[in-house]
Design a protein around this ligand. Structure first.
Ligand code: AMP
Ligand code: ZN
Length: 128
């Protein structure tokens, strides 16, 4: 059983922020900002696209409920991050949504540099 399944089953302790029958949200042990939280479906799926639509609805609803709770931290904004696959930086193979509260002037999350990519070519592939 994977580590997030174990957390969902309470076999491994975590600092639970929000829980309902479908999701569990808990503080990330390596926080990138104050209140960095992971929202995880209780059922094991590796990547977001594997999830049935209904489960996805439960997951995003769980994200919203968790944000409402985190508002006590008085953040100024937040990033939602979701890594799928090793190449994208997914370390734990159980879907999880990062909620990263942001505070004016912090540098918790930075996107990479803009790349010189031919948009016409990419669009042609997507549309073919
Ligand atoms: P990712 O790179 O998107 O797969 O993120 C995995 C995240 O899980 C990392 O930010 C880790 O800090 C976090 N993490 C790993 N183990 C635990 C744990 N036992 N409790 C809370 N967060 C964890
Ligand atoms: Zn799992």
């Amino acid at each position: 059983m994977c580590i997030f399944c174990k957390i969902a089953n309470k076999e491994i302790p975590s600092k639970i922020v929000y829980e309902d029958p479908y999701v569990i949200a808990f503080l990330d042990i390596n926080p990138r900002s104050k209140g960095h939280t992971l929202v995880v479906p209780k059922k094991h799926y590796k990547t977001l696209d594997e999830m049935p639509d209904e489960e996805l609805c439960h997951l995003i609803k769980g994200v919203k409920e968790t944000i409402k709770i985190l508002k006590k931290l008085n953040f100024d904004g937040y990033n939602i991050v979701n890594n799928n696959g090793k190449a994208a930086g997914q370390e734990i193979d159980h879907v999880h949504i990062h909620i990263i509260p942001r505070y004016e002037g912090d540098e918790a999350v930075k996107f990479g540099e803009v790349k010189d990519i031919d948009l016409d070519e990419v669009y042609k592939i997507i549309k073919s």
